[in-house]
Write a protein that binds this ligand. Structure first.
Ligand code: ZN
Length: 199
């Protein structure tokens, strides 16, 4: 590939995207190289634009644009005494799609996984503890995934809460082990939320 320095650089850059499996790497590179120039320009522009304009909600770490607080945190009809703790932003959207939950969220940014170098410090756990300590939270609902990492993360957070802290619940059991919210249908999420149990 020495004769293709620009192509090699493109692959090298794409390789840095953690979720792009190696066989998809070549597909994405091919897509870019066979797209017309205006499509590629558009792609570059929207990536730069999003990077500049999209930030994080200062309370829950949901994505925001042009504001400090996301639409959920600033929503007048939301039940501010409930916080649903999720790993990723797409878990939040999965719960929102189920249509029944009216509380707030806290996006951790992932789950504790020492093997992959994800420690509690690399997640938004401290801001959650501070949020709870500020008061006004009556229930913390753990909606981390039913994976060993998701369970360990919920246990870790629970261990950090003071004894007179809020009620702590977990999405209903009955969710298959290893199930991630992202891949669950609305009815399953609705049921898991409405049948949540004490943690
Ligand atoms: Zn928010």
């Amino acid at each position: 590939m020495r004769e293709l320095p620009a192509f090699r650089l493109l692959l090298g850059q794409l390789q840095k995207i953690p979720y792009l499996a190696s066989k998809n790497l070549y597909r994405v590179a091919t897509y870019i190289l066979t797209s017309n120039e205006s499509e590629v320009d558009k792609l570059c522009t929207v990536i730069k634009d999003a990077k500049q304009k999209v930030g994080m909600c200062k309370d829950c770490f949901n994505w925001v644009e042009g504001t400090d607080l996301c639409a959920i945190c600033s929503g007048k009809s939301r039940e501010k005494e409930k916080i649903c703790v999720v790993e990723k932003w797409y878990d939040l959207t999965a719960i929102e799609r189920s249509g029944d939950y009216r509380g707030l969220y806290h996006v951790l940014g992932g789950a504790i996984c020492p093997l992959e170098g994800v420690s509690p410090d690399s997640l938004y756990i401290e801001p959650l503890i501070k949020r709870v300590e500020r008061g006004g939270v009556e229930e913390l609902i753990f909606a981390t995934n039913s994976t060993p990492e998701g369970e360990a993360t919920a246990s870790y957070i629970a261990s950090r809460l003071s004894a007179n802290g809020p009620k702590v619940t977990r999405l209903a059991s009955g969710l298959p082990m290893g199930a991630t919210l992202e891949h669950m249908d609305r009815v399953t999420i609705y049921r898991a939320l409405s049948e949540r149990r004490p943690f």
